[in-house]
Design a protein around this ligand. Sequence first.
Ligand SMILES: NC(=O)c1ccc[n+]([C@@H]2O[C@H](COP(=O)([O-])OP(=O)(O)OC[C@H]3O[C@@H](n4cnc5c(N)ncnc54)[C@H](O)[C@@H]3O)[C@@H](O)[C@H]2O)c1
Length: 283
Amino acid sequence: MAHRILVLGAGVMGTGITTLALRHGVHVTLVDTSDAILVAARTRIAAELRMAQLVAGPAEADPGVLETTTSVLPAIGMADAVIEAVVEDAVVKADVLATVSAAAPPGTPIITNTSSIPVDELADAVARPENLLGTHFMNPSYVIPTVEVIRGPRSGEPAMAAVADLLAVLGRKPIVVRDAPGFVTSRLLHPMINDAARIVQEGTASTEDVDALMTGCLGHPTGPLRTADLIGIDNLVDALWVLHKRTGDDRSRPCDLLLGKVRDGHHGRKTGRGFYDYEEVFR
Ligand SMILES: NC(=O)c1ccc[n+]([C@@H]2O[C@H](COP(=O)([O-])OP(=O)(O)OC[C@H]3O[C@@H](n4cnc5c(N)ncnc54)[C@H](O)[C@@H]3O)[C@@H](O)[C@H]2O)c1
């Protein structure tokens, strides 16, 4: 049973996963590249802990301890599992995973939270590919009860079992799928959001009306464009490029409206502006 994890990347997902873990009494060492990012992450986690209490109710365990650091190597030996949640860039991820997997004690599960890169592609970078698998925690991780788990062709049974234990500690329900670009959820969701943005770009309907139709007629919980803001439009575009390059599917080529928002720094909730405007910004 895992009670101490190392989370790499203190962005939207790293902080959300940390919030979830702290609520379940798990000790978290959160790593990013600068102290400024980690200070902002602590503020965000404090706010998310309050939000989680409101939305998901009181925590079931005494809160876990949070440590933050820019030095990954000293913390690796003490972790029961490592969760990688850095930017959706295969080169950056391979570099980070190579470093942690070389330093981790044999048998430590190394988990990538990639939303689109095939796990087996990243397995080429790690010291022991049998220890690598994917989890696709959704955002916000402390609210959404189901986690897509990706078993790569080289993922070993001990690593799969350790992650099942970790998800049980975190109160999440795993759905295990095979490895492919975008797995199930991003393969379905990301091209749909791209199409929704393209509809706005072409002038067929406004942002608000696309979301209102998808929520009011089709039962989508928030609408695809509000979801884009929640994901982070920069991350969405990175994942769409991964999908496009690996599947050739033209629906996954990011449309000009999405590319323009990334260029203008309008990345969604995390920057205060995307398809919608937001008052609260965490960095
Ligand atoms: N945003 C979502 O809704 C969502 C959902 C599921 C999965 N994901 C995936 O989770 C991962 C993280 O996404 P995000 O939205 O949190 O991205 P983000 O851009 O919000 O955060 C990424 C963080 O990684 C950090 N980072 C970059 N290089 C690093 C390094 N070498 N060491 C440590 N930290 C480093 C950055 O400084 C940044 O804080 C991506 O793979 C993404 O595709 C995102």
